[in-house]
Write a protein that binds this ligand. Structure first.
Ligand SMILES: [Zn+2]
Ligand SMILES: [Zn+2]
Length: 321
């Protein structure tokens, strides 16, 4: 008898929250890698799909294999494809062990792959672009763990100077008067693996436009398991979404054991469905495809049936379940 070919690999999740694409793969224990190409950042790298190679920086939440497994491969492929050395941002306590792991590859491969690694403490930042910072927020898991927030800094004219003419402003500035103040806009926050805690209610999380949140347990009987593994349970997420103002809360790190239908039901039940439309699941391919089709249709000029049909087939072509 002819043997069956292996099962198709699970494809990547994709959610568009204009102007950001959130794409990647995330299943608890197997692998989590979530990229936001517009912000040049990739959160964790449990596996290394091709699409994350252009990301110049990986922000690691912690050292569990399902979050770092793809790291040496990413660095090596970036080097091989001449994309420049990869930068790694991690918890300060992970820097030494990661360095040792990466240096041992030099002996294994008999070649040196360049990398840059920055260990951070709670509240410290690395720069992504001139106005774009990545801030570390320490969370609590079974090993040292960081959450991350990408923050845009905008400089705004101070209230008291709003009505002044340009030449007056130039004059004030030349005399050294600070005429602007800096606004911080949290764009995307990532919880990493964590249990519930006050750090998840810091302003960076509450104000972020998009929150990527782990949620590993959904069964009401699994509260104890969540506590032991120091993970979020859907009842924690229910509390958090009341404080998070994000237009999209994207759930990652689902367990393969929880059926998607049950997950969706439990998310939809939070506050009688009040957060239903902004609670998205990265690996719910079907729901995300429908959402994307609606986004494409909304973009097409009214009555342009051909464009809508085209969009639907394009979306389907890019999708493998
Ligand atoms: Zn994990
Ligand atoms: Zn973990």
């Amino acid at each position: 008898m002819v043997p069956k070919p292996p099962a198709r690999e699970t494809s990547s999740g994709f959610i568009y929250v204009p102007p950001y694409r959130v794409q990647g793969f995330s299943i608890a224990g197997e692998g989590t890698v979530v990229q936001v190409p517009e912000l040049d950042v990739c959160f964790d790298i449990g596996t290394c799909p091709r699409m994350v190679l252009p990301s110049p920086l990986v922000a690691l939440s912690h050292g569990h294999m399902d979050h770092v497994g793809g790291l040496p491969y990413w660095l090596s492929q970036r080097h091989f494809q001449k994309l420049g050395p990869g930068r790694i941002a991690c918890h300060q306590r992970l820097e030494g062990p990661l360095r040792r792991m990466l240096e041992s590859w030099v002996d294994l491969e008999r070649q040196k792959t360049p990398f840059e690694i920055v260990g951070l403490e709670d509240g410290e930042e690395v720069q992504l672009r001139p106005n774009l910072m990545l801030r570390a927020i320490e969370v609590s898991h079974t090993s040292p763990s960081m959450g991350w927030v990408v923050i845009e800094r905008r400089s705004k004219l101070r209230e008291e100077f709003l009505d002044l003419p340009q030449d007056r402003l130039v004059e004030l500035k030349s005399r050294g008067t600070p005429i602007t103040r800096t606004l911080e806009i949290p764009l995307v926050a990532y919880t990493g693996d964590t249990e519930m805690g006050p750090f998840l209610l810091r302003p960076e999380f509450c104000e972020a436009k998009i929150v990527l949140s782990e949620c590993t347990f959904f069964d009401p009987d699994h509260r104890g398991r969540a506590k032991v593994g120091r993970h979020l349970h859907v009842e924690d997420v229910a509390q958090l979404v009341r404080s998070w103002k994000a237009e999209a809360v994207i759930i990652v790190h689902l367990s393969r054991r929880s059926p998607l239908g049950m997950i969706r039901e439990r998310l939809d039940a939070i506050d009688g469905g009040a957060h239903k439309d902004r609670l998205l699941v990265l690996m719910d391919h079907r729901a995300n495809r429908r959402r994307l089709e609606a986004q494409v249709a909304a973009e097409a000029p009214a009555g342009d049936d051909a464009a809508e049909a085209r969009a639907a087939t394009e979306v389907q072509a890019g999708e493998e379940e």
